[in-house]
Design a protein. Sequence first.
Length: 221
Amino acid sequence: MLLFKYAKVGSAVYTPHLVLMHSFTMAIRRCGLSVRFSEGFNPHERIFFAPPLPIGTASECEYFSVDSSENPQDSMKRLNGSLQEGVTILKAAERAENPNFAAVSYAAEYEITQSSPPPCVIDLKNILAQDKYEISFEQKGETVKKDVRGLIFDLKISEIPHSSLLTPNYLFTLACGNQNLRADRLMRHLLKSVGQEDAYFTVTKKRLFDKNFVDIDTRFF
């Protein structure tokens, strides 16, 4: 079983997960990577992905596995020559069994950078001190209210620089997997609470953890 870690940045952040899965399948075929197929009436390549990213979120820590016995480093090089712009394989490894990235994913660390308007301080410590924290967001044309305190593991903010050319970075560690909290939804709610609902920010997923908060890189690579 081949394991891959990849980044999804730039224009690729607007590629939906299903389209990206198809893109990987085509890239595997183009580079001639030998992959085992499933059995049954509709056999397909045995490729397994971690939980999908929301559209617009960049990531430096996405994962998938392929049922193949080829050399991991050679496979990574060949795949990188066939993937779309903005998607790059960063690491490759070989394991006897499928790690099931979707099942082991428990939490993720996100970096959020606000670029406009000039940022203000959001009281993140107050949120962590509460037993309940309800946010509202739009989903399928409806306003949804949800208590997400149990899905927030850590919230941090760097010191705001004095220069107006620099902006603060927020680091959120949030539930990811079966129980999931989108970083963009939480940040949008926080900005709205301080009167900056029209603020522009970017989200980058930095690390993925299992239920023991062991980095997936450490565990599998």
